[in-house]
Write a protein that binds this ligand. Structure first.
Ligand SMILES: Nc1ncnc2c1ncn2[C@@H]1O[C@H](COP(=O)(O)OP(=O)(O)OP(=O)(O)O)[C@@H](O)[C@H]1O
Ligand SMILES: [Mg+2]
Length: 452
């Protein structure tokens, strides 16, 4: 063996750039029980070509022999989907021991993808004993998207954290335009919660869910919140991505707790933001955590043995085409509603709402609104921000407060562009090629109105 090693070293001295040769040397060293030397060569090979699967494999194996968890995780995590189950398990344990919980979860997710029933006690314990656990200060984050660099959460604690709903102070008066939509939501959400007796008397079913979809910034979240405010319901926000990020197996429990709390404090509205994320995992992991969370959600929507009376659900998404079709069956998110960019009249109202607490001269908002084709509600808010800055800048220079003027708004028009274009183009393709069962007819009508 030592002669082989000597020969390989000799060959490598002549062609140090030969990575396969270096990997071969590293593997030979490892098999000879010389893990420390193997680690040096494998590390050099990975440094030369970080995409080489075999170099990473040997590096992780050598690190494992030497008890070097950090190197093992660095080497193996990027190739976790190509490793054997035993190696993935070793990777997950090493990551948990070094407190790298995101990587531990990522590795465990691979195990689940292969074997959904897998439950590893040693791994569970390692996760729980991981260094520096930080307790979450509250329940689920309510609106901010989860930041990628979030500190690890201890899993039991996150699932058990109290669920708190809010009582939104806004109502439909705070939503500009979208009149037909508000009326629709009154019938589907507001009246059923306010007058369940009348609905029952006429044999109308209460429950099921409404799925709001449309381009970003057009008021889906705003509208859901306003609907809760309109009927005085308690409002629970579920951010799928945050729930999915939790330790596997705990996310289902977390979802169940939210529904239990919503049932206990009914009337309530449970709002699922970015609901496509729950089916999104489908593409990568057919049987993984995403699938089990979908099943849990379906069970909760179907009542989960309890009554969902006076618990209504609203989902929102920019990508209805990615929403798991099982979620759209009767009794679930069975009403699918397009939330379009506001029309000119709606844009005028949004402008007025955004300006209502700021000093202005008498403005011709209608003429501004007419020039904001394809602007979202958020874009209209942005326009007002830019105009306000213009007035404020001048006030700071002169020392005198002056109202926001028509020309401030006109000047801002040059600086603010609609953010709905990309979505509209994507939607156009789906309407043309994948408008199953006329699901996107409303979008089609909207697209037509843009041409006219
Ligand atoms: N029709 C509207 N009336 C009043 N304000 C609106 C309207 N549409 C949007 N806005 C404003 O724009 C902001 C963004 O809207 P919102 O977050 O509800 O959009 P969204 O459709 O949920 O977007 P995303 O798809 O990015 O989640 C809201 O906080 C609200 O102030
Ligand atoms: Mg939203």
């Amino acid at each position: 063996m030592s002669t082989t090693v000597a020969a390989l070293r000799e060959a490598l001295a002549h062609s140090p750039e030969n990575v396969p040769l270096r990997v071969h040397l590293a593997r030979t060293l490892l098999e000879a029980g010389r893990a420390d030397e193997a680690l040096v060569e494998a590390r050099a090979a990975v440094a030369q070509d970080s995409d080489r699967m075999d170099a990473r494999e040997v590096l992780g194996a050598a690190a494992g022999e030497l008890g070097d968890d950090a190197t093992l995780v660095d080497a193996w995590f990027p190739i976790r989907t190509q490793l054997g189950a035993d190696e993935v398990r070793v990777l997950a344990l090493a990551a948990a021991r070094t407190g790298r919980l995101d990587e531990a979860r990522g590795a465990y997710a691979v195990l689940h993808a292969v074997d959904p029933g897998v439950h590893d006690l040693a791994l569970d314990r390692a996760m729980r004993a991981a260094p520096e656990p930080r307790l979450p200060s509250s329940a689920l984050p309510s609106s901010a998207p989860p930041s990628p660099a979030r500190p690890p959460r201890p899993l039991d604690a996150a699932a058990e954290a109290p669920v708190r709903g809010t009582r939104p102070s806004i109502n439909f008066g705070d939503v500009g335009g979208l009149e037909a939509l508000k009326e629709r939501l009154r019938m589907d959400i507001v009246y059923p919660l306010q007058r369940p007796d009348l609905f029952k008397a006429y044999g109308k079913r209460i429950g099921g869910g409404v799925l709001l979809y449309g381009p970003p910034g057009c008021g889906k979240t705003h509208l859901a919140r306003a609907a809760a405010g309109e009927c005085g319901a308690k409002f629970f926000v579920v951010e799928i991505q945050a729930v999915l990020d939790m330790w596997l197996g705990e996310s289902e429990k977390r979802l169940h707790n939210i529904f239990e709390e919503a049932r206990a404090s009914a009337p309530s509205i449970v709002f699922f933001d970015e609901i496509e994320a729950i089916g999104g995992a489908r593409h990568q992991l057919k049987h993984g955590p995403g699938r089990r969370l979908v099943n849990q959600l379906l069970a909760e929507l179907d009542g989960a043995g309890a009554s969902n009376e006076a618990v209504l659900v609203i989902g929102a998404t920019n990508a209805p085409w990615d929403v798991d079709s099982a979620l759209r069956r009767p009794g679930r998110f069975d009403r699918v509603v397009f939330v379009p960019p506001p029309d000119a009249a709606g844009r005028e109202v949004v402008l007025a709402l955004a300006l209502r607490e700021r000093p202005t001269e008498t403005l011709d908002l209608a003429s501004i609104a007419r020039r904001c084709l394809r602007f979202s509600g958020a874009d209209m808010h942005h326009l007002v921000e830019v105009a306000s800055e213009r007035a404020l800048g001048e006030a700071l220079r002169t020392g005198n407060l002056r109202p926001i003027t028509q020309s401030d708004l006109l000047a801002s028009l040059d600086k603010v562009k609609p953010t709905t274009i990309e979505w509209i183009e994507t939607a156009r393709r789906y309407v043309s090629y994948a408008n199953q069962a006329g699901l996107y007819d409303d979008v089609g009508a909207y697209l037509k109105s843009l041409e006219g």
